[in-house]
Design a protein around this ligand. Structure first.
Ligand SMILES: [Zn+2]
Length: 505
């Protein structure tokens, strides 16, 4: 292969829902070190079982190609790999402008041609931070990355590299396309509020020995648990029902993320009746970073409104289709902003990372420990990390359609049973976790009394009753608890914590 810009097409298995990053090694003809390229792939328009790699820029002649080790099985078994020199994407949906190959060193480079306003994507051969200067005198900045998506409100004048590097940059323009038709009546609908500012008070009286009113505080988790365990599932397919039943049998609660066309959307009640939560996976499952800011907002806001019309409670949890990838306009990352506009408390990405209740990172780009069907030793390591952390959170995600054989269901059942029904664990949906986090930050605790009797007054904003019923308030009082009573709430002592089922508004 001669130096130049190529598009690559790969063929493999039927499930290309997940955006893939594939490493290929190109063997250098000049025998100086081999070089490798990350290929960022998107599902091909051509067929379900192939993926078009957006592009690879070869700086030197290559005489061979091999897979980088540790690729997914699906990729290693790819039967088709073809290269074609790109002067424009063959599907005609994007325009490849040109490889900009210049010495940057912080200076500007003239653009090869008028690129226009709208969606642009830059693919660089190294991580680079860019400033995009527009004809109207404004500019925007993208953080250091090998790929950046921007929405330009005016013609592009120049791009400046803010990193002391000389990137080879390839630009792609994405013409704005009409999205799916969305129910116009939803635009005027209001989002259901999760809470209202009006304060609500509950008073409890605890009797016991060695009590200390100064040490009363919210528990780590409801039920006296030390860690939380969360599961979630995307796309709303028929297998969800079987998974929902299994999880319920083993004491787990999950979030099920729906799109408008999801099969399980009309059957949402079957899932919530088993203790699970319906969340949003966008209206039409687009790659957010290739959509305009307005389309992103519509996908998230209108889907929340549609779901709320069905389920009649605030829909507060979101999961990104194809993962979270930022895209920028002048006001910043508009992919994240769409989730803020929709009022979701969290947006689950497919990025990996350890979680603690007090350190979820950006909740609208929530990380997880990985997939439910990853190797058992990795699941166990993630579990042990969460158990060892202060207020640790264990979180797995997946698609129930990934369970295709009975052996897959057996393995999943073993996971549920091995880690299920442990008294030190709070089994929660993504929304439960976020509501508990909100309660810990927002419930005010006033306690007075003596070592034998403590009166606790709890004040918080009015929380929607559906969520209030799912997530009790749990209090820790050092000492020996004999009894708890309240005039207006149902109270229990569980695992040494006082648990309060708040009366609904
Ligand atoms: Zn999906």
């Amino acid at each position: 292969l001669q130096p130049g810009w190529y598009t690559v097409e790969l063929g493999f298995g039927p499930e290309n829902d997940t955006r893939k990053v594939i490493d290929l090694e190109f063997l250098d003809a000049s025998k100086v070190p081999d070089f490798s390229v990350n290929l960022y792939s998107l599902p091909s328009q051509a067929g379900k079982d192939s993926v078009r790699i957006l592009g690879v820029s070869l700086a030197r002649e290559a005489h061979g190609i091999r897979w980088r080790k540790n690729q997914t099985r699906a990729v290693v078994s790819a039967p088709l790999l073809s290269f074609s020199i790109a002067s424009g994407r063959p599907d005609g949906k994007t325009v490849s402008l040109e490889v900009i190959d210049t010495q940057w060193n912080g200076g500007t480079a003239a653009l090869p041609e008028q690129v226009g306003r709208g969606l642009l994507r830059a693919l660089a051969n190294q991580a680079v931070s860019l400033r995009w200067n527009l004809e109207d005198g404004s500019s925007l900045q993208t953080p250091e990355a090998k790929e950046s998506s921007v929405f330009l409100s005016a013609e592009l004048r120049s791009i400046v590299s803010l990193t002391q590097k000389s990137p080879r940059l390839h630009l792609e323009r994405y013409p704005e396309r009409a999205g799916p038709e969305m129910d116009a009546s939803l635009r005027s609908a209001e989002l259901l509020p999760l809470f209202t500012p009006s304060p609500e008070t509950v008073e409890i009286v605890v009797e016991g020995q060695g009590l200390d009113p100064r040490a009363v505080r919210l528990a780590d988790f409801p039920g006296g648990a030390r860690m939380a365990a969360v599961l979630s599932w995307d796309d709303g397919v028929a297998n969800d029902k079987r998974a929902a039943e299994l999880m319920q049998q083993h004491g787990w609660r999950a979030s099920f993320f729906m799109n408008r066309p999801s099969l399980m959307l009309p059957r949402w009640q079957e899932l919530e009746a088993l203790g699970h939560e319906i969340g949003s996976h966008s209206w039409s499952h687009p790659q957010y970073w290739l959509q305009s800011p307005q389309r992103c907002e519509d996908e998230s806001v209108l889907m929340r409104k549609l779901l709320e019309r069905e389920v009649a409670h605030p829909v507060i949890s979101f999961a990104y289709p194809f993962n979270y990838v930022p895209a920028f306009d002048r006001e910043g990352d508009y992919v994240l902003r769409a989730q803020k506009a929709a009022g979701y408390l969290s947006g689950r990405s497919t990025l990996n990372g350890s979680l603690r209740l007090d350190d979820l990172g950006e909740p609208l780009a929530l990380r997880t420990n990985g997939k439910f069907n990853m190797p058992a030793d990795r699941i166990d390591a993630a579990w042990k990390r969460a158990a060892a952390a202060e207020r640790g959170v264990f979180y797995l995600w997946g698609h129930t359609y990934e369970m295709t054989r009975e052996a897959d269901w057996k393995a999943f059942t073993e996971l549920l049973s091995n880690y299920g029904r442990r008294p030190e664990v709070w089994y929660a949906s993504q929304g439960d976790l976020m509501v508990w986090r909100w309660l810990r930050e927002n419930v005010k605790v006033y306690a007075e009394g003596n070592s034998g009797r403590v009166t606790v007054r709890l004040v918080r904003s009015t929380l929607h009753p559906w969520w209030s019923a799912r997530v009790p308030v749990a209090l820790v009082l050092p000492g020996t608890l004999h009894s708890v009573a309240s005039a207006n709430a149902t109270t229990t002592i569980t695992n040494g914590v006082v648990q309060i089922a708040w009366p609904s508004w």
